[in-house]
Structures are given as C-alpha cells and as structure tokens.
Design a binder for this molecule. Structure first.
Ligand SMILES: Nc1ncnc2c1ncn2[C@@H]1O[C@H](COP(=O)(O)OP(=O)(O)OP(=O)(O)O)[C@@H](O)[C@H]1O
Length: 307
C-alpha cells in the first residue's frame, strides 16, 4: 500500500506558549477512511492546519505522498490536500457559488472552459447542480456545507480532510453528507475526518485515532469503542446503539457481536432471533427499576463518570 500521509514527530505550541500537539507519529495509506476523535482542545484543528501548510514546524516532517510538505508550493499542496473546515462561512466569501467553487481553479491559472467543467463536476458530486448563480449567504446551512466541500473538490485533491462534517446538520442532510463523503472515498480519495459525532463515526471510519495532544490510541471503531477506560480518560463516548446493547448484555441478552450502528443492530438482532428460535431472552423483570437505571447510567459518562 502507498502512503498518503506520513507524520513524524510533530510537536507544536502556539506562539503564546499554549502546547497543542506532542510527538504525533502517524501513517495513513492511500484510500483509507480515517476518523480522529478527541476531547475539545485536543489539537485536531491544529493538526489539520499543519497538513495544509497553514501552520509550520521546522523540527519534524510531514510527508504527503512521500514528499516533504515544507518543500511544496502552495498550489501543489492544495492539489494534494483539500480541507473543509467546520464552519462553511469560513470558506465561502465570493458573490456567487460559481465564484467560490471556481476560485481555486482560476487561481491555478486554468483555462475558462476547464474551470467551468470543474465547477460543474464539483457541484454535481455534492448534489448542488444548477446552484452556480446562487448567493452563498442565502443558502441553508446544509447547502453551504456542501458548497464549501465543492469549493475544495474543484481542485480535485487526492486527500480530503473534514473538520466536523456532520455537526449541526438535520438527519437527512447528515445522511446525505455522509453518502457524499463515502462516494468520494470509493472513488479513491483518502478521507480524514475529525468528529465528535460518534453515532456517525462507524459510517465514516475504517480506522480511528484518538488524539489528545499526542496520539493516545489507534484501532478499528470496535477496538476503540470497546475500551471503556480509554474513552473515559479522554472524555469520549461510544455510539448510543453500542451502549444500549452493552446494557442489554447486563440483563442476559447474549449476542456475539455488539453493533456500532442501527443497521448492524438490526442484523445482530435478526441473527439472535434466528438462533433462539424466535425469542430474545432478557431478565429485566428480575431487577428493580433503580438497578436498571444504574446499569443504563454506567454506560453514559455524562451522568456517572463526571459525578
Ligand atoms: N491561535 C491560537 N493561539 C493560542 N492557542 C491556540 C490557538 N488555537 C488553538 N489554540 C489552543 O490549542 C489547543 C488545541 O486547539 P484545537 O483547536 O486544535 O483543538 P480541537 O481538538 O480542534 O478542539 P475542538 O474539538 O474544540 O474543536 C487548545 O488548547 C487551544 O486553546
């Protein structure tokens, strides 16, 4: 497998002395689907700002497809790594959507016909066909998120980095946005996402890194979410459905695989029902209401871990 991103010993403190990153070492291969989780202030945004060259550290190395990022020109970097920030208003600043999505290609000096072609293609990938003349300011939040993504896609980056892509989206927009990102990944784009939305994480990650100034852990979503101490120590939580099945397990529900998403839960339940001849046995009636509540709360760090 070819390396998309290789980070060696990245340490960074802001000029006012605030330490943000400590000795980050990671390797991400081409085509991977990576999610980075960590508490507020863990350094996720700071890390991303190093990957597009906005922040620079001299005493460490970041290789993008084998090439040192410090030796790359701006345009070379932007063509390799596209970053979509959490707030689309940070990325949309032109009078029309066309101007915003065309901004990168025009700056690269591309001929007019190619610019138009790239804008059309990028808008179609995010489901905003025909939005060229719309005013960014007047779009809905979900449309702005997709327009900001199109503005990055028009540069046809090989690596796509997204900060909190599902935050503040309604359920349909959230599902649509996840589908768009997954389609881009299937086309071969390496995706790296920072998110607090752990319920959406299993749809967007093959591999997860826990970042808290340094890399604390790395593994599959199942490996990470099964480690309660890791989650607790880093102010993180598992997807709701995973926690719910953990609770069911305490009441006698015996399932081999814990689900991380609703789709997986349906499969797991179907398998159990088949195995148990149409029955799922629970022993909740043997417990008092207070005991059931206690178990439920033990899997919700907001109500117990911080009390
Ligand atoms: N411009 C800055 N100057 C000084 N300190 C900063 C600056 N930007 C961020 N920091 C600090 O660096 C640390 C890492 O912040 P960063 O925004 O990278 O974290 P994050 O993981 O993206 O957080 P969140 O999940 O809340 O978005 C924090 O302690 C933050 O206060």
């Amino acid at each position: 497998m070819k390396e998309a991103i290789c980070v060696k010993g990245l340490t960074y403190s802001y000029p006012d002395g605030t330490p943000a990153l400590g000795d980050i070492n990671i390797t991400i291969n081409e085509g991977e689907k990576i999610v980075i989780i960590g508490p507020n202030g863990a350094g996720k945004t700071t890390f991303f700002l190093h990957l597009n060259g906005t922040l620079k550290s001299q005493d460490n190395r970041i290789l993008i497809k084998g090439k040192d990022i410090n030796g790359m020109s701006n345009s070379e970097r932007i063509r390799k790594v596209g970053i979509v920030f959490q707030d689309p208003d940070d990325q949309l600043f032109m009078p029309t959507i066309f101007d915003d999505v065309a901004f990168g290609p025009i700056n690269m000096g591309m001929p007019e016909e190619e610019v138009k072609e790239r804008v059309k293609k990028a808008l179609s990938k995010v489901g905003l066909e025909g939005f060229e003349e719309r005013v960014p300011h007047n779009l809905s939040y979900g449309q702005k998120k997709r327009a900001a993504l199109a503005a990055v896609l028009s540069m046809e980056p090989e690596i796509l980095i997204l900060d909190e892509p599902t935050a503040n989206l309604d359920p349909k927009s959230r599902a649509d946005f996840i589908k768009v990102i997954n389609n881009l990944n299937k086309e071969g784009i390496t995706t790296m996402i920072a998110m607090h939305d752990v319920n959406a994480l299993p749809d967007l990650a093959d591999r997860v890194y826990v970042l808290n100034k340094g890399i604390i852990a790395e593994g599959s979503p199942m490996e990470i979410f099964s480690d309660w101490d890791l989650l607790k120590d880093n102010n993180l939580e598992a997807p709701d459905i995973f926690k719910f099945f953990k609770v069911l397990g305490c009441f006698g529900y015996n399932c081999e695989d814990l689900p991380l998403s609703l789709d997986e839960a349906v499969e797991v339940l179907a398998r159990t029902i088949e195995k148990e001849n149409g029955h799922v046995h629970l022993h909740i009636h043997e417990h008092t209401h207070a005991e059931v509540k206690d178990v439920m709360h033990s899997y919700n760090h907001h109500t117990t871990w911080h009390e």
